[in-house]
Design a protein around this ligand. Structure first.
Ligand SMILES: *[C@@H]1O[C@H](CO)[C@@H](O)[C@H](O)[C@H]1NC(C)=O
Ligand SMILES: *[C@@H]1O[C@H](CO)[C@@H](O)[C@H](O)[C@H]1NC(C)=O
Length: 463
């Protein structure tokens, strides 16, 4: 089961939607699982020659009230830019497309216009990758290759698989125009109570062959590694390739069988103490605004959080933003006003040395426009996720999160996501005009950093 939430800009709903793509092996909530042997900390090897190039994107968006983070991608000749929700929970990149389109949310002049010559034939391996692990149904080998993304709430996206040129600026300054396979979506159904997507499309950054990252790797352009750094203040950056992977990061193996970034089992700690909840496998999914635990875990967590609030000046309150909220004596301005009333959550990956995912209160709470604090962990069973658990954007903030598809591992480290990382001057020169092409304001880019002093090793002793 592939899940992906769609955007919600309307605050009174739970701000969530899911895309059900293919069947896969999401782990059960209650099942114990046998896992691969422990992996110790390792550093990522530097890119081999022929690689060493990455693509860096500024990210816009926030968890609340927007509910998503997005990047802009330029497609076609001449290039036209589109906003894409970034989703590590699915593989297929698709864009609303004037084929013509039924149910598209963007005006016609903001849709992608496919050229007739770019259809991918049904018998082409690219079509197979989009449909994997199933096979495309082709009546004739040169039939068009269709794709469909079904939503748990009965919404869906349908369209045709196409090839077109993407314009990507590598971090060394070179502009590349690879021919990539993606979905031209011309039928969007949205019968449920949720609003339609507000981006033009979704960029699928899951670990399948159909992802644009996998395609870039197959052309020898980037490593099949990506990372994101989503800021709690909104915005951040995303990169494809391994040039910005911090050294010394602790890696957690992810399932080779799953199409998701599915972890090995973890034990849940609350305030540093065991909760008795073990064997919890989680999916890392940037396409989900909030975090989801299956009913059993969700209920236990609600009890723990409520008990922790005994004798604290917080009372339950209804807020249309999310199901579980509290108010204080006066409205809260930010999560920092309430964080001291709550304990940290920890996922301790028991099979994997000492690797822990620390979730401080700001990684599971939001403060709404009404000044209430709400729990950003939701009942996955109720949302139709069955036994799955999802670590969504709210719990991935202010961390560099790296997904390494070559080694099937995921890693994270605290980071300041408000600044783009160091880049070489060549890149900076090229990136600014390119950013302007993307309609992104120059002032959103921090000034180039002064040369770092950390390279000057004053204490080196000469022999
Ligand atoms: C940037 O890297 C790519 C891929 O490695 C290479 O082909 C290109 O020549 C490089 N450009 C510059 C300006 O170094
Ligand atoms: C979670 O959702 C399921 C399915 O709707 C429901 O049966 C269960 O009671 C919910 N759990 C809690 C703690 O609300």
């Amino acid at each position: 089961m592939d899940v992906k939430k769609r955007k919600a800009t309307v605050p009174w709903i739970m701000m969530m939607m899911f895309i059900l793509l293919f069947s896969g092996n999401f782990s059960g909530c209650s099942q114990a699982a046998s896992q691969r042997p422990n992996k110790k900390k390792s550093t990522h090897p530097k890119a081999a020659s022929g690689f060493g190039s990455s693509v860096l994107f500024p990210v816009t968006g926030n968890v609340y009230p927007l509910g998503y983070y997005s990047i802009w991608l330029a497609i076609g000749q001449p290039p036209k830019v589109f906003e894409f929700d970034i989703d590590t929970g699915s593989d297929i990149t698709w864009v609303q497309c004037d084929a013509p389109c039924t149910g598209c949310t963007k005006p016609v002049d903001q849709l992608y216009k496919p050229d007739k010559n770019i259809l991918v034939p049904c018998n082409h391996p690219s079509c197979g990758a989009v449909h994997f692990p199933e096979s495309p149904r082709c009546e004739k080998p040169d039939d068009q290759c269709d794709f469909e993304v079904d939503y748990v709430d009965h919404g869906s996206v349908m369209g045709v698989v196409v090839n077109d040129f993407f314009s990507l600026r590598l971090m060394n300054g070179s502009l590349i125009r690879p021919l990539l396979t993606f979905g031209c979506a011309y039928n969007l159904q949205n019968p449920g109570p949720y609003p339609p997507p507000s981006t033009a499309g979704v960029v699928g950054l899951g670990n399948g062959k159909a992802s644009i990252l996998s395609q870039l790797q197959s052309f020898g352009l980037t490593r099949n590694v990506l990372g994101h750094c989503l800021s709690g203040k909104g915005g951040g950056f995303l990169f494809l390739g391994d040039d910005l992977v911090p050294s010394g990061i602790a890696w957690l193996p992810v399932s080779a069988e799953s199409k998701h970034y599915l972890s090995s089992p973890a034990e849940l700690l609350f305030g540093g103490k065991p909760t008795g909840i073990k064997d919890l496998k989680v999916v890392f999914d940037s396409g989900s605004s909030y975090t989801y635990f299956c009913s059993r875990v969700y209920k236990a967590l609600l009890d723990l959080v409520s008990r922790g609030l005994n004798r604290k000046p917080l009372n339950s309150v209804q807020d249309k933003a999310l199901p579980v909220c509290w108010k204080g004596k006066k409205p809260f301005k930010s999560v920092h006003d309430v964080r001291n009333y709550f304990s940290s959550l920890t996922l301790s990956f028991t099979n994997t040395g000492n690797i822990q995912l620390q979730l401080q209160p700001e990684a599971y709470l939001i403060v709404t426009e009404h000044g209430n604090a709400c729990l950003g962990i939701l009942n996955g069973t109720e949302a139709g996720l069955e036994d799955s658990n999802i670590i969504g954007d709210i719990s991935l903030l202010d961390k560099m999160v790296i997904y390494d598809n070559e080694k099937q591992q995921i890693g994270w480290a605290s980071a300041n996501c408000d600044r783009l990382p160091n880049w070489d001057s060549n890149y900076d020169e090229h990136f600014r005009p390119y950013a302007a092409n993307f309609g992104i304001l120059e002032e959103n880019y921090p000034a180039k950093q002064a040369s770092s002093k950390s390279n000057i090793r004053v204490r080196d002793r000469e022999l």
